[in-house]
Design a protein around this ligand. Structure first.
Ligand code: ADP
Length: 270
């Protein structure tokens, strides 16, 4: 499986016939290399907080007589463990995604509800950074898929918009229908992303500024999760941005035309 037979020959070796097959293993080799790159990246990313936690716990041990130092190290310890837990959560999300067949297990999803839920889950972070989330009207449309995955995708975009913007700014959420697609956009007044970086930010663990991303609690996996979710829903995620002028990330997903699904089925997608 996964190979293409390029050539087939029969050879005679002594008294035996041997069937020789030439297979194209390009796909298998490519998949293996993507997997091993991922494992290498994950190991590298996990090493940083795990190493820091080890060093910090030793430092706390050594600072037994210095309450001020203990407070300082404990604070860093909390930060590193939060980072470790965010990483593990994102890695699990990615691997769950790879095992989910959205088409087979899909349900009608109310997109207004997805937007409401994603905003709710970011409300506290927004408040802590004094960022106002401004949402447009409702769209009253459904898509076909997994409500949790779609909510996660939008939540990640709103989370980024909040984390990368200066406090006191606004994050706008817009909803519209265009050519049979529902578009959900998240616009911020943050630093923007250069054109070269726009091509790379959807890669796993890619960060424009790793130190900054780490400081703001980023794992480098958020946008690759969003991209996966949208691909699985027959949609996509796109970005429009100019440095110094903020960014707009847009989720596009096919609208589900047939609204005749029984209420119970629509409800059970919750
Ligand atoms: P992270 O966990 O680092 O935020 P993501 O995959 O979500 O990882 O994003 C990848 C990178 O894209 C980020 O590190 C950041 O440099 C850039 N980025 C994402 N969203 C925004 C945004 N709204 N404004 C500016 N830069 C962003």
């Amino acid at each position: 499986p996964g190979t293409t037979v390029l050539d087939m020959r029969v050879a005679i070796l002594g008294d035996e016939y041997v069937l020789l097959l030439a297979e194209d293993q390009t796909e298998i080799v490519r998949a293996q290399s993507v997997r091993s790159d991922f494992v290498a990246n994950v190991s590298h990313e996990l090493k940083t907080p795990v190493g820091a936690i080890r060093l910090l716990s030793e430092a706390i041990d050594d600072a037994a007589d210095d309450p001020e130092a203990i407070r300082h190290f404990t604070k860093s310890l909390h930060k590193e463990s939060a980072r470790l837990s965010a990483l593990v959560q994102d890695i699990m999300e990615l691997s769950r995604l790879q095992g989910t067949d959205v088409v087979a297990a899909g349900q009608p999803v109310d997109l207004d509800r997805v937007v409401g839920e994603a905003i709710d889950r970011n409300r506290l972070t927004a408040e802590s950074r004094e960022i106002k989330i401004v949402a447009g009207g409702r769209i009253n449309a459904q898509a076909f898929g997994d409500v949790d995955l779609l909510t996660t995708a939008l939540r990640n975009l709103i989370d980024n918009a909040i984390r990368y913007s200066p406090s006191g700014t606004r994050v706008g959420i817009g909803l519209r229908e265009r050519d049979g697609m529902i578009q959900i956009s998240v616009t911020d007044q943050g630093p923007g992303i250069s054109e070269e970086e726009q091509e790379r930010i959807f890669e796993r663990f890619y960060r424009v500024d790793a130190a900054r991303s780490r400081q703001t609690g980023g794992t480098g996996l958020g946008l690759s999760i969003v991209k996966h979710v949208m691909q699985q829903h027959g949609g996509e995620v796109t970005v429009w941005s100019r440095e110094g002028h903020g960014s707009t990330f847009t989720l596009s997903i096919p609208v589900m035309e047939d609204m005749d699904f029984p209420e119970t089925l629509a409800e059970s997608s919750s």
